[in-house]
Ligand binder design. Structure first.
Ligand code: GLY
Length: 570
């Protein structure tokens, strides 16, 4: 008997022993049985204001795509931490008649970008250059994205869709406790980068109102002049001038050449489910698919959620998938991503063949390369289902919190620091390391590799779940656990979103866990088997906003209690 079949037999046996015990959340896991339930439509996003604006558009007869345009813009007003005009994102959709697709409005490297642009004369990464200020920004894609969506699927005029967002910017957004804390945490660096007091560097308290009149004006011009207002008009010119004065390299040609792109989504079969997710330049769909295929042979439903065995299986699959991510994934317009090979059943079953429940597999024994710790986690996700049955899953980002921290006062928005998602120092000399570094090395007009995983899941051919998360590299594992919590453990959408999460990404070789969410005995058991546990790195892992279609056709929203996230339906 091979090691793998012996291990799987052991797993099946222990699974059978558990089968009569109903899966339940560990004592320490936050419980909130069922989320918002509605009959027709549902929208879950990071802010109540944005969810309401998107839902109101659907109440007026707009579809999920109209609501996407409204929500994307409303998040730029109400959640400037990640909502944006100066960033980019991805959308996965499924129309009511079952057609699926995805839109890539990811930022691109400027034409003047080069492979070593963030290295000093000794070849070392210059601290802050790819994260703070004008040099950190890729060419923004968000405005191109919303117009592309509207052109193909929109049913209401853009003026009608964006008007409530303009009114929100003028009327103002009420500061929440969490927003007060975020603004306080980043105030020093915002002041340092902007060298001036700006709208978001004032000392706000919970209950204060932030009006963004400059953003209202920008949105009015965009409504009046369309997409070209941003890529060839006054707004674009002002943005370029602002960046140029601060050492930026974006040019008029960069803006003129920017295009959002429709792409074929990744489709992953898992039991009776079809997972539809984002292809490159996101790593999300491929890595999620690799993990799911590696764990599918194990009887997960027989384990308790967040038990040692469950954590082991997911961790070992994650370790192997993230090692591949580091080597093979990048913008497929520039690099031949071996998508089919990476998702091949035989390959993935072989990848898990050295896993044993007895002992952790050290990451050093898995193909290795260099990655620099955890990625930043300041994206935002929203999920929409409309009354016709169209579904939209969108993750949008500035990359870091408030992006490059550079705020353009005259236009009312922050610029991204997405250039930091490239591999800044490529060429690690080993068989796979060089390939991986090249895959995501900086090149003019290339899109930087992402982990964003907007996902739609069908069950037996019907719409079943819309899901996604912010969280940098933890996005993929957050989406994975949210899906498994419902598919394998039968939790409600809200319970699944609220449940504590863990994450492994090959390097560093440790399981990151949310504090106080896991039983002491589980942690001890894992440690005895050689797993390093890190509960300090992150207070939260992911911030999932999801919708599940219930058996009676109603929609259940799962809004993440880790943020101000809100599900609204009707
Ligand atoms: N900027 C985070 C991501 O795209 O994964």
């Amino acid at each position: 008997m091979t090691k793998i079949s012996f291990s799987i037999n052991l797993v099946i046996l222990s699974g059978l022993l558990f089968v009569s015990c109903k899966s339940k959340l560990p004592e320490t896991t936050e419980k909130n049985k069922t989320g918002e339930v509605a009959e027709k439509a549902m929208l879950v996003s990071a802010r109540r204001e944005a969810s309401k604006i998107g839902v109101d558009i659907m109440k007026k007869g707009g579809n999920a795509f109209d609501a996407m345009v409204a929500t994307e813009m409303a998040l730029a007003v109400s959640y400037p931490f990640a909502g944006n005009l100066g960033g980019g994102g991805f959308m996965v959709y499924r129309t009511a008649d079952g057609n699926t697709g995805s839109l890539d409005y990811r930022e691109k490297a400027p034409l003047a970008a080069s492979k070593n642009m963030y290295l000093d004369e000794n070849g070392e990464v210059i601290e802050g250059k790819s994260t703070l200020g004008a040099m950190a920004s890729g060419v923004p894609g968000t405005i191109a994205g919303i117009f592309k969506v509207h052109e193909k699927f929109g049913s209401l005029p853009i003026q009608e869709i964006v008007q409530p967002v303009i009114e929100l910017a003028e009327k103002g957004v009420i500061v929440t406790q969490k927003q007060q804390e975020r603004l306080q945490k980043y105030r020093d660096v915002l002041l340092q980068v902007n060298q001036d007091m700006t709208l978001y560097t004032k000392a706000y308290k919970k209950g204060d109102t932030i009006k963004n009149i400059a953003l209202a004006h920008t949105l009015k011009r965009i409504v009046a002049n369309g997409r070209s207002e941003f890529y060839a008009g006054e707004t674009g010119k002002k943005m370029l001038e602002f960046l140029k004065q601060r050492g930026g390299i974006l040019t008029e040609e960069d803006l003129l050449k920017y295009e959002a792109k429709w792409r074929d989504p990744i489709r992953i079969p898992y039991k009776e489910y079809q997972i539809i997710s984002m292809p490159p330049p996101s790593s999300g769909g491929i890595v999620l698919g690799q993990i799911l295929k590696m764990i599918e042979p194990y009887p997960l439903a027989g384990y308790q959620p967040n038990s040692a065995k469950y954590i082991q299986v997911l961790t070992e699959a994650e370790r192997r998938a993230y090692a591949d991510r580091s080597f093979y994934l990048g913008d497929s317009d520039f690099y031949d991503v071996p998508q089919d090979s990476l998702l091949a059943d035989a390959y993935l079953s072989d990848r898990m063949s050295d896993f044993s429940f007895e002992q952790a597999t050290p990451s050093s024994t898995i193909t290795h390369g260099t990655i620099s710790g955890y990625e930043s986690n300041e994206t935002t996700h929203y999920s929409i289902v409309d009354a016709m049955g169209n579904a939209v899953s969108v993750t949008t980002t500035l990359n870091g919190a408030y992006g490059s921290k550079l705020y353009i006062p005259e236009l009312g928005f922050f610029m991204n620091n997405e250039m930091n998602d490239f591999s800044l120092k490529p060429g690690v000399p080993n068989m796979f390391g060089l390939v991986g570094a090249e895959a995501n090395a900086i090149e003019p007009e290339k899109r930087m590799l992402s982990s964003m995983t907007p996902t739609i899941i069908e069950k037996n051919g019907k719409l079943w779940m819309v899901v996604g998360s912010p969280g940098g590299s933890t996005i993929i594992t957050s989406v994975l656990q949210t899906f498994l919590n419902v598919a394998e453990f039968d939790l409600s959408m809200q319970e699944s979103v609220s449940a504590k999460r863990f994450h492994h990404q090959w390097l560093p070789d440790e399981i990151m866990m949310e504090p106080e969410g896991f039983a002491k005995e589980t942690i001890q058991e894992l440690q005895q088997k050689g797993y390093k546990i890190n509960q300090k790195e992150s207070r939260i892992i992911g911030k999932v906003d999801a919708i599940k279609v219930l058996p009676n056709g109603n929609l259940e929203g799962g809004a993440d209690p880790r943020g101000d996230d809100t599900a609204i339906g009707f």
